[in-house]
Design a protein around this ligand. Structure first.
Ligand SMILES: Cc1cc2nc3c(=O)[nH]c(=O)nc-3n(C[C@H](O)[C@H](O)[C@H](O)COP(=O)(O)OP(=O)(O)OC[C@H]3O[C@@H](n4cnc5c(N)ncnc54)[C@H](O)[C@@H]3O)c2cc1C
Length: 399
């Protein structure tokens, strides 16, 4: 096999945001890693775009918050509206300034930050990355782990992290399965020119508009465009929904103020699943991020939770290696699984399924400062962040 067991490398399979965060956190504490990435470059696919406060705290620790602020769109206000333009509820995240150093969201493509994570990681001289390294098999004995790739490479180390996304080969090699279901219906994203903001100057950077019959459209301000996110009813094809003849009347209904003058820059369609593994750890191998949990994109939480998985499990490996506490690895992986199962999935599910109660709750919450703050602590994931990130005042709100 030719494996070199002399170095205490952590083997990281997958160079998405989760794998890169783990590598950088480990390297900042003097622990080396070898990342295996099946693509020939980092992914450029447009996926997550919302970065919540605890994730921004991680990026601040990595000295990347300034990059986020300079490249991204800072979002402090969240609005819930009716189709006629009435604002049902508005929340201002700046009330969280005692709870976090970043009392706001930043909207930026995840592919804009992964190169910075990699650059920082490589600059430590403790991280190696092999591209075109498609992991097909993993293995372990009592003290070592290894991963084998399609091009015959075998990389070994002391722990292995499966950060290889929804179709995780590491998960498959452990014989573990994600179970769950695909959410019915898909989503159309319309990318609209920034001039939309001039047509709707009071629209918050994160806005949800509800019709009388509780259908909804979401809006997200990005650095270079606005996104209008429309839920597609079952039975309509992807090609059909990308046609202005399909989405035009919906835009007119939800945004009558700008039925003319919208400049559409692009469209795409995606679906979502709710999936979870029963187990995320076997021996010295742990699974993180999309390899463990998948959910809908409402509230933009799944990648953020993956960042937190990476930060927390890397911290546990640091404790295992530096403090001689090997039990921390499994403890932290169990805690991350609990967070995904008991907090992330129910929370994101509720925003999709509980529409009637949800709007009443939201309107009531916005009207009461104490309830509004409590709601913002949950919608910004501050209550479910890894322990070491939390501001001392916030610990009483932990789930
Ligand atoms: C349209 C869309 C919008 C989204 N919006 C949000 C949002 O606003 N907020 C949010 O929090 N989340 C959002 N998500 C979810 C978010 O994108 C994912 O949770 C996130 O990408 C997970 O990161 P990851 O590193 O676990 O996996 P990935 O990003 O999938 O990275 C996995 C990496 O592993 C590599 N890999 C795969 N298989 C192998 C292998 N066999 N060997 C080696 N390497 C391998 C892949 O090439 C990839 O580079 C969205 C998702 C989609 C699709």
């Amino acid at each position: 096999m030719g494996a070199d067991f002399s170095k205490p490398d952590i083997v990281i399979c997958g160079a998405g945001p989760v794998g890169l965060t783990a590598a950088l956190k480990l390297a900042n504490h003097g622990i080396s890693s070898h990342i295996l990435e099946k693509r020939s470059t980092l992914s450029q696919v447009s996926k997550a775009s919302t970065f919540h406060p605890p994730t921004l705290e991680i990026l601040a620790e990595f000295d990347l918050l300034d990059v986020m602020l300079s490249q991204g769109c800072k979002a402090e206000r969240i609005q819930y509206r009716e189709t006629g333009g009435n604002i049902l509820a508005e929340f201002d995240q700046s009330v969280l300034q005692g709870d976090t150093i970043a009392p706001y969201r930043i909207h930026l493509e995840q592919s804009a930050i992964t190169p910075h994570l990699l650059e920082k990681a490589l600059a430590t001289d403790l991280v190696r990355i092999s591209f075109d390294a498609d992991v097909i098999e993993t293995g372990q004995d009592d003290n070592h782990v290894w991963a084998r790739t399609t091009n015959g490479k075998t990389v070994s180390g002391t722990y292995l992290l499966g950060t290889d996304g929804a179709r995780s080969a590491v998960r498959q090699s452990l014989g573990l399965k994600q179970t769950g279901h695909v959410y019915p219906g898909r989503v159309l994203r319309l990318m609209v020119a920034k001039s939309f903001g001039e047509l709707m100057p009071d629209m918050a950077p994160v806005s949800y508009i509800f019709s009388q019959d509780k259908r909804s459209v979401s809006l997200l301000e990005m650095p270079d465009c606005w996104r209008i996110i429309i839920r597609i009813p079952p039975g309509v094809s992807d090609d059909e929904v990308k046609d202005p003849a399909w989405y035009g009347p919906i835009v007119d209904e939800f945004l009558p103020q700008c039925s003319t003058g919208l400049e559409i820059l692009g469209t795409d369609v995606y679906g979502a699943s709710k999936m979870l593994c029963d187990t995320n750890a076997v021996g010295r191998i742990g699974l993180l991020g999309d390899a463990v949990h998948l959910t809908n994109t409402r509230g933009g939480m799944n990648m953020n939770c993956g960042f937190h998985d990476a930060y927390a499990v890397a911290s546990a490996i640091i404790d295992a290696v530096k403090l001689g506490k090997p039990e921390r690895f499994h403890q932290e992986l169990q805690e991350r699984l609990r967070i995904a199962r008991d907090v992330l999935l129910p929370r994101t599910d509720k925003s999709v399924t509980g529409k009637d109660d949800w709007l009443t709750f939201i309107a009531d919450a916005a009207a009461d400062p104490g309830t509004a703050r409590a709601y913002l602590l949950t919608s910004s994931m501050l209550d479910m962040a890894p322990e070491r990130l939390t501001h001392p005042d916030r610990l009483s709100n932990k789930v």
